[in-house]
Each structure stands twice: as structure tokens, then as C-alpha cells.
Design a protein around this ligand. Sequence first.
Ligand SMILES: Nc1ncnc2c1ncn2[C@@H]1O[C@H](COP(=O)(O)OP(=O)(O)O)[C@@H](O)[C@H]1O
Ligand SMILES: [Mg+2]
Ligand SMILES: [Zn+2]
Length: 429
Amino acid sequence: MRASRFPLFTSKDTPADAEIISHQLMLRAGLIEKLGAGLYTWQPLGLRVLRRVEQAVREEMDRIGALEVLMPAVQPAELWEESGRWSFYGPELLRLKDRHDRDFCIGPTHEEVITDYARREIRSYRQLPLTFYQIQTKFRDEIRPRFGIMRAREFLMKDAYSFHLDQASLEASYQDMRSAYTRIFKRLGLRFAAVGADSGAIGGSVSEEFMVLAESGEDEILSCSHCDYAANTEVGDGRSAGDACPQCSEGAIEIHRGIEVGHIFQLGTKYSEAMEAHVLDEHGEQKPMIMGCYGIGVSRVVAAAIEQNHDDRGIVWPTPLAPFDIGLVSIGADRSSAVAEAAERLYAELRDAGFEVLWDDREARPGVKFADMELIGIPHRLVIGERGLEKGEIEYRNRGAEDNENWPLDQLIPTLLERIGSPSSSSAG
Ligand SMILES: Nc1ncnc2c1ncn2[C@@H]1O[C@H](COP(=O)(O)OP(=O)(O)O)[C@@H](O)[C@H]1O
Ligand SMILES: [Mg+2]
Ligand SMILES: [Zn+2]
């Protein structure tokens, strides 16, 4: 993309109502735009990041054999009455009526809809196990929407639901999902922990949360200095820093903060019993299906990544999340046709090599262009100007580095491939 055709709606001002750094930077870098409380538009630049999260999630779901569906956002109240949640779910549930005065809600989650789908389509244990997932917009009328898309009212979630005849099968799918989540957050370059959690209102027994580690996180996590023990303090039985680890005898408890980006549950038969989602077992008897449910806050992942990866100049995207792989800055192209031609040629070469490139071809001061590239966090910056061109050199800087390097211009692509690897969009998986 050329910045002349792909406007960077960046801003120097820190919005007054943005309390945490990810919210400030998402607004300043022009990733999102506020429409109302907890309601945001994803601008072109931000949407590219969101799509990268989605792609990683989709690929890892497909890899474990989960089947993608897309369910309606608007759900009939009857289903929620069947599960008992129409009265149980409080004002977070956005309720509405259609023209026939029938009650509906906008889905905060889809257990009811998927259970209804499963009871219509699945007849026999022979069809099990099955896991369905979707990447879809949820609405929760949060009492305190805040931190931008971190705790929004409308947000993008990947929700998945598995169906089983027996507990062993549920446990196997739960482990597959756990591994898929681990691969997703690793792939995205995030530091995270999977912690034992309280199952909360959704019901069920075993549950774990995936936490991106960051100081601004709303959750407190206990972890062991020695083994892999980790728990949300809500389920940590009042343990505090320095206490002995409950799992091994050697480690001590440490306290960290985290942002919940994923949650996996072994649900059991709560919904299938209430909604009579039965299958015939091998003896021809009707059995309620055993279920698991698994969520990832796809949009929240973007904010969590920024909380973990920024400096005083802006966002420092982990490469797999960056909206572009490379930022190409041309300087003085308006004065020098040699620079203009070289930049045009480099832009084509980089794209032919498979890189996603943002070429800042605007007629702006170099300082303005550099500041924008840093604010929006592009991992690799290349600068072409008159002086470099005369010496046959191009300037390179990694977003995380303090100094520039000069590379031979005629060796650009091989040097790039050697230094940064193949384009992240094609190396996925
Ligand atoms: N208001 C919200 N805004 C953005 N993401 C959210 C919001 N609520 C939940 N999520 C994301 O969706 C995932 C699955 O939701 P769930 O576990 O049902 O939410 P919660 O723990 O808030 O009840 C969460 O792990 C979180 O990443
Ligand atoms: Mg949760
Ligand atoms: Zn331990």
C-alpha cells in the first residue's frame, strides 16, 4: 500500500478518556475509532491486525479438525428460556423485540444456538465427537465498558463448542483445544500463561484461562517459580507471594498480572440436558451429549499484544501481528526522480518477494514519516534517499533497535530474507 492512497489517521494527542497504553496507542495509531461507549470501528490499518489474529485462530482450529460455522447474532428468547438463562443472565444481555412483539437478544455467547443446532442435526454417537467454531461478533452490555476494545460492548470472539458421548472423549478434545490455544498465542509472539480458573456463570467443572502477561491486566495470577503451576487468584485459595507451591515442594508463589484472552471449559451436560440435545448410544439409548466450550477474544488479543509490546514512540508489533511487514520510506522523491524511480522499483520488488509493504510516498518531512512508522509499529523500516542511492545503499532499522544499518541496495531481497526470514503472511503455520 502507498500511504498516499492508504491514509494513516495518526494523531499526536493522547485521548483524555484512554486510561491504558493500548487504548491510547490504538486511537493514536489510527487502528480504531470510537462510535459510542464500547463501540468501535476498525479502521483499515487496525483491521489488518485483527485479520492476522483471525487467520492464526482459523488455521489452528482447522488443524484440530474443528468445523467452521457462522451463527446469527440475533437469537430467539425461547432458546434462552429453555436453558434458563433468559431470567438468569442480567442486564448484560441486550434484549429486543421484533415487529411481531417477539423477544430476542443479541448473542453474548452461543451455547443455546449451537445446542439447538446439534440436537437438530446430530442423531447417533457414531457422528461424535464433533467440534464447531465460529469467528463472530458478540454483544455484551458491559456495566463499565473500558480500555477501548479490551472491554467493549461489541467485540469479535472465536467461540467453539464440542459434542461427545462420554467424558473421555470430551477430555481428549479439551486437550486438543488447549494445544491449539497454546500454538495460537505462541505463533502470535505473545508471552502468556494458561491458568486454572473459576467456571463462573457459564457452568461446568474444569476450566482454564489463557492470560497474556501485562502489568495493566485486570486479573491476578499466581504462578510457581519452579513448576508449571498457575492459577487465577480467584481460585488460588488465598495464597500470596512467597507461599509454598501447592503442586511441587520446591517452588514459591509469584504474583503476576494478566489479560484474559482465552477461556476453555468442560461444560458437561448443562445445556444438552436442559435443551434435550440427545443422541442414541451403542445400546440404542438416548443420552444427553457432553459438551465443551472454548472462547478467544479475537479483538482483545490485539489490545493485549500492544500492552505487552510498546515503547515511548509507539507500538512494537510482534512480527506475526504487524499490519505490514515492511515500511518503506522514500525521502526527497519530489526533488529527485532517481529516488522516485528507485522507490517505485523497490516497492515492486518487495511485494514480488511476498512482503506486505507500506510505502510512505507522501510529500512529508522525514521526521513525520519516521514518527508515523514508529507509532504504528511496523517491524522493519527501509529508507531510500538521495545520498544512499548514490552510494548504492539502503538504510534498515528494526523497530526494536536503536541504530540504523546500511545494506547494499542490489542485495536487498537476499539480505532481508536472511535477516528477517520469509514474509510472515506466508510463513504462517
Ligand atoms: N467485553 C469484552 N470485550 C472484549 N473481549 C471480551 C469481552 N468479554 C469477553 N471477552 C473475550 O472473550 C473471551 C471469552 O469470553 P468469556 O470467557 O465468556 O468472558 P468472561 O470471562 O468475560 O465472562 C474472553 O476470554 C475474553 O478474551
Ligand atoms: Mg472468561
Ligand atoms: Zn511448583
